[in-house]
Structures are given as structure tokens and as C-alpha cells.
Ligand binder design. Structure first.
Ligand code: SUG
Length: 453
């Protein structure tokens, strides 16, 4: 094998909590102020990484960010020692606490957009951290994300790093969660699908009415320019406003792809038929030798799975994996899909059909799910050639030894529970920094976090 899709999962940070911070994310709002279980959350995440590694895949990892993020609170006018800042904020602006404590960087599908070297004019892998400008607690992620990506993909001959797009509503960008790539192999030229929720500079275009649409067309277009993609290899499609209003705040809540397969809800896009036709047409032009219908659409009709069930179960927020030597693909779903009657009936039916999805597995990531993050949210896909994988910082490609060390690190440092009131306790901040300091040593990162500088 000489090319890989490496999944980089987010290591769930020690301050994982339910802040109810994301308007339009049904689970985040529904579980607001619940007691969280950070230790369990992180172990669930590590277990998922271990299972996928056990399937014969390369498994990468991205680290949690410094939380609470005191530099943000300082920017907002709070001053003094760390302890004093936390006390001031909890007394005078408690609404800021959960945002600055959020472990939301765990959802690495929102870390950045990645374009593989096979697609970019300069033959490099391109990374643009997502500005996540729609949600305050997420808008403070991109700088550390960029620094982490540079530390992992630290080789100018192979990797090109961009800054996040300008902040603000016009260029709202949520990264790989709204981006899919289709190709015959990871190291062959492919087709990139950019999905957006609204136009920022054009009037009278359809947009959701109830919930925010986080990604703009203009942001997607800017990423495709930065990544030096050819027009013949990109498609832009608008997500159905109705589905955003039903709670699908990212496109990966209603579709997932891998290689030549696209698993999607029939109401996912404004104009399914024209989007599919454009994808098929451009894909055929890329691979004329493949003959008719080289792209395989597995489209789920509303009368089999309603929008409500799709959003509740996170059926589509699954990992569609091509395992070594496997003919078809494996769909790794959140266990909530099995618990939803409509979805489990659909999955039983799907098993009897001839589609690229040959196998179905379930994982328990319930702690993340309760904040609206399923198996697919927890991972960033990076397609790499063998040479690029060799040029990647090997500490971040997991082996059994590192997985065991990380589990032990979690067991030693994480609280079993966090209540909303615990965020006012400065010792939680201290514990988190002690844990992160040890983590940077495990990964040989030096003084990476602001509190270490
Ligand atoms: O941005 N939830 C995240 C979930 C992100 C899921 N990612 C993808 N679909 N790719 C979000 O809404 C909730 C945090 C809280 O309420 O505490 C949160 O940020």
C-alpha cells in the first residue's frame, strides 16, 4: 500500500463539560448544564482510536488545547493571577466560564480543511485551520490548532500551512466537517466537495431561518483558492436550510464519504440531483477509464429515516472506512444509531442491499455525543502518501505503547465528574495545566501551551 487515509482523532481534554454553548446543535442545548464525565469521555475516545487501529488502519491523534483559556479572558479585561481571573469571571461574568473551559477542540473534523497533494497544483498537502467564527467558544481554537498542525506536519517539502480565514460572519469556516473528497485512491487526483450553508455577499438566497448556518460559500471558495485546486476538481453545494433548521449544523451530520462512495440523506442538499450530476460528470472526466457511474451514491430517503431521526441518531456522523484488503467498506456508527428504531430498521435493510457498505460496527462515544459530536466529528481525515506519512511527526501516529500511556495519563489526571459549579474552582484549572504539561512531554512538544511560556 502506498497511500493512506489517516484519521487524526481529538484527545478529549480534562475539562470536558456540558456548557450548552452551541445554538443550533440540538444535543449541546438539550444536555446543557448536565454533569459531565471527562475521564469516561477521554477513555471512550481512546477506545475508538484503538478499535480503528485494530482494524489495520493508521491512527493519528491531535491534542487538547489549553483550557481554561486564560489568555482569552485577559483579552476581555480580566487581570491578575490565574486564580484571581477565575474568581473574577465566576463572580462577574459566569457566562464566559464554560466557553473558556470548553474541550471543544476534541471535534477535530472542525480543526481544519485538508487537501491532499494529489489535488493541489504545488503537489503539497494543504491545511487551513477553521476559524470557527460562528461560536465564541470555538473561535478561540484556530491559533493553537494551526501551531499543532505545524508541529505534526513539519516539513516544507510536503506540507503547506495557511492561517485561518479572516474572522467574522462573512468567512465563517468549519473545516473538514463541510468538506468531502472523492477519488479512486488516496494518492490519485480527486474531486473535492465543499458544502456551505449560505452566501455571505449575495442577497435573496436561501438560508436557514431558525438556526445559524456556520459555513459560507465565500469561505469555501477561499479555501479552494488557497489550496490551489483546479476548477475541474471542485464542486460547491449548498446544504439544505431545512436540514440546518432541523439541527444538522455541519454537513457531516447528514452525509459521509470515502473514495468513490457517498452515503447521504436525500434532503441533505438544496439541489441533490444537480449536485450528484456535477459530481458524477466531473468524476467521470477525472477517470474516463472507469466507465459509467463510477461514483456510488447511497441515498437514504426521508420515508425510511426522518430528518429528526438522522439528527438524533447521528446515522451519518459515522466513519466510512476502507480497511486493508477489504472489498467494500465498513461503517462505524455511534451506538445511538442502534438505539433509534427507525435507523436500526434502516440499517438492517441496508445490510441486505448491494452497496459499497459491506459491514457495520458501533462505538460508544456517548460523552461526546451528548455535546453533538459523533464518531466522524471526533476525527480529521488526512490522505497521505507513504513518503508524506514518513515525513509526519511519528509521535502523533499511535502505536499500542502510546495508547497505553495515554490511558494511564487520563486515569491519573482526569476528574470523574465535572458539574457546572466546578468551573468556578481554580484547582480545576491547575489540574488541567498539570495534565497538559505532562502531555507535552509525552509528545516531545516542548513549551507548547501559553501557560508553559
Ligand atoms: O461545534 N459542540 C460542537 C460539536 C461539533 C461537532 N462536529 C462536527 N459535526 N463535525 C459544536 O457545536 C458543544 C459544547 C458545549 O455545549 O459545551 C459543542 O461545541
Amino acid at each position: 500500500m502506498n497511500s493512506y487515509e489517516v484519521n487524526f482523532d481529538g484527545l478529549i481534554g480534562p475539562t470536558h463539560n456540558y456548557g450548552g454553548l452551541s445554538h443550533g446543535n440540538v444535543a449541546s442545548k438539550g444536555n446543557a448544564l448536565k454533569i459531565s464525565q471527562p475521564r469516561e469521555a477521554a477513555l471512550q475516545g481512546l477506545k475508538k482510536m484503538q478499535i480503528n487501529r485494530g482494524l489495520g488502519l493508521q491512527q493519528g491523534i491531535l491534542l487538547p488545547q489549553q483550557r481554561p483559556h486564560l489568555p482569552t479572558l485577559r483579552k476581555l479585561g480580566f487581570s491578575g493571577s490565574d486564580k484571581r481571573i477565575i474568581e473574577q469571571v465566576s463572580n462577574s461574568a459566569p457566562e464566559l466560564l464554560a466557553s473558556c473551559y470548553s474541550a471543544s477542540a476534541m471535534w477535530t473534523a472542525n480543526a481544519c480543511t485538508v487537501s491532499p497533494s494529489a489535488d493541489s497544483a504545488d503537489a503539497k498537502v494543504h491545511f487551513t485551520p477553521a476559524n470557527l467564527s460562528s461560536m465564541f467558544h470555538r473561535s478561540i481554537e484556530h491559533q493553537t490548532t494551526g501551531a499543532l498542525l505545524r508541529a505534526i506536519f513539519n516539513n516544507d517539502a510536503h506540507f503547506a500551512h495557511h492561517s485561518a480565514l479572516p474572522m467574522g460572519a462573512h468567512f465563517g469556516d468549519e473545516g473538514a466537517a463541510n468538506h468531502s473528497r472523492f477519488a479512486n485512491a488516496y494518492n490519485q487526483k480527486g474531486l473535492q466537495l465543499f458544502v456551505f450553508g449560505r452566501y455571505a455577499f449575495r442577497e435573496n438566497k436561501r438560508a436557514p431561518s431558525k438556526f445559524p448556518s456556520r459555513q459560507t460559500y465565500e469561505a469555501s471558495l477561499a479555501i479552494s483558492r488557497l489550496h490551489q485546486l483546479d476548477e475541474s476538481q471542485v464542486v460547491f453545494a449548498q446544504q439544505n436550510p431545512k436540514i440546518i433548521d432541523a439541527g444538522a449544523f455541519h454537513n457531516d451530520v447528514v452525509s459521509v464519504s470515502n473514495l468513490n462512495a457517498f452515503f447521504m440523506h436525500e434532503e441533505a442538499f438544496v439541489n441533490n440531483a444537480s449536485m450528484k450530476a456535477e459530481l458524477q460528470h466531473k468524476y467521470e472526466a477525472l477517470y474516463p477509464e472507469l466507465g459509467d457511474e463510477p461514483l456510488q451514491f447511497v441515498e437514504v430517503p426521508t420515508d425510511m429515516v426522518s430528518l429528526e431521526s438522522a439528527v438524533k441518531s447521528y446515522l451519518f456522523n459515522s466513519q466510512l472506512l476502507k480497511l486493508p484488503k477489504q472489498r467494500g467498506m465498513t461503517l462505524v456508527l455511534p451506538q445511538e444509531s442502534r438505539e433509534n428504531e427507525e435507523v436500526s430498521t434502516y440499517l438492517e435493510w441496508l445490510k441486505t442491499q448491494s452497496t459499497p457498505i459491506q459491514d457495520i460496527k458501533f462505538v460508544d462515544v456517548r460523552q461526546s455525543m451528548q455535546n453533538g459530536g459523533g464518531p466522524a466529528c471526533l476525527r480529521l481525515r488526512v490522505a497521505l502518501t507513504r513518503e508524506e506519512l514518513d515525513a509526519t511527526n511519528s509521535k502523533f501516529i499511535l502505536d499500542d505503547g502510546m495508547l497505553a500511556q495515554l490511558s494511564s495519563w487520563v486515569e491519573r489526571h482526569y476528574r470523574e465528574k465535572i458539574t457546572p459549579a466546578d468551573l468556578a474552582d481554580p484547582s480545576l484549572a491547575l489540574e488541567s495545566f498539570v495534565a497538559l504539561d505532562e502531555l507535552t512531554q509525552l509528545f516531545g512538544l516542548g513549551s507548547f501551551y501559553e501557560f508553559q511560556q
